[in-house]
Design a protein around this ligand. Sequence first.
Ligand SMILES: [Zn+2]
Length: 396
Amino acid sequence: MKHISTLLFAFIIVTAVHAQKPRPDAFPPVPDSLAPKVVNMATTLDEMASWDRYPTYEVYVDMMQRFANDYPTLCHLDTIGTSVQNRLILSLSITGTGDTSGRPEFFYTSTMHGDEVTGFYLMLRLCDTLLRSYGTSADITNLLNRVRVYINPLSNPDGTYHGGNHTVASSIRYNANYVDLNRNYPDPFGTDPLDPLQKENEVMINYVQNHHFLLSANLHGGSEVMNYPWDSYTSYQQLNEHANWWKEVSKRFVDTCRLYDNRRFRDVTSNGYINGGDWYVIHNGRQDYFNYYCDVREITMELSTSKTLSTDRLQHYWNCQSHALINFIKEIFTIPNATENITPAIATHYNVYPNPTRGPITVTTPTHAYHYNLSDRPAGVYVIPVEGRAVKVVKY
Ligand SMILES: [Zn+2]
């Protein structure tokens, strides 16, 4: 019964906040300038060379494969999974040469809202810059020798290429089933998503659960603000235990961008960062799921007031944000005790899959595999004791 009353309470809160303060992320964007929007597409790899276009889907996939082909000692290409319409959800894993064991894992993932394509572009360019700069830039060489960076530039390809593989001009927020992927994660605080778990999110959950990311950023657009957990609660209702650390990290990111353009990150708060729920409470978002269930410190970065940024503005946004994006990877070393815990954490790491599940659950530890079945149990959150640790599992 407690569960039901919590649900009702959450529903009332959400309804009330919706009426008062619409989240800009969910509404048509404010134009970044009054100039007409231009969306130029690169239809060949060569046309991406000057970084003033968005790639077609084919060029995007070719770029990711070319990174892996051109820098085989620095990176490899993973397929996280496929979308509803069978487009690829790709991740490039990049780290420096030498002994790579024990390097902490960092994750950038962008554009789960298909029309918020600034991050898609920025992440492709970040892949290119990290790979080109290894061995020439001492800063990036040193960084990549200490961290393994995973970059997933596009987590909702069907939304981005809704108008066809040749253009992002007709992109939409939703996936091919018209589901908002950032309202579709199991909620750690007890609200079930309206729709079944979508394929894009299911493969992402499996990917994250099979890695050990310490720090992650999920890139969006439509506003400019660093949105840290929780999204399900205001800071007054439930403060995230790392809130002070998130504020410091966010301030460094925003201040670095403002060194280039002091107008940036001002449309939501003057300091450029906010506790997610203080801006707008959402449930079933990705951020709370990963922070709560996956031991990942994940932040939502809203990086451009325009969702589908005019291509003549791309260079400016890269100039403004590239240093902050690179420096944010280094924040992995500001997580208290992070470096001390890396080796033991990996040594005792266990995987839980599939999670969420419709029934069967496998928990693997370095030495054992345990199998459970929740098929005859009602939907909800279960805690399974495994080798002295509490494993949280979602049945849906
Ligand atoms: Zn978004």
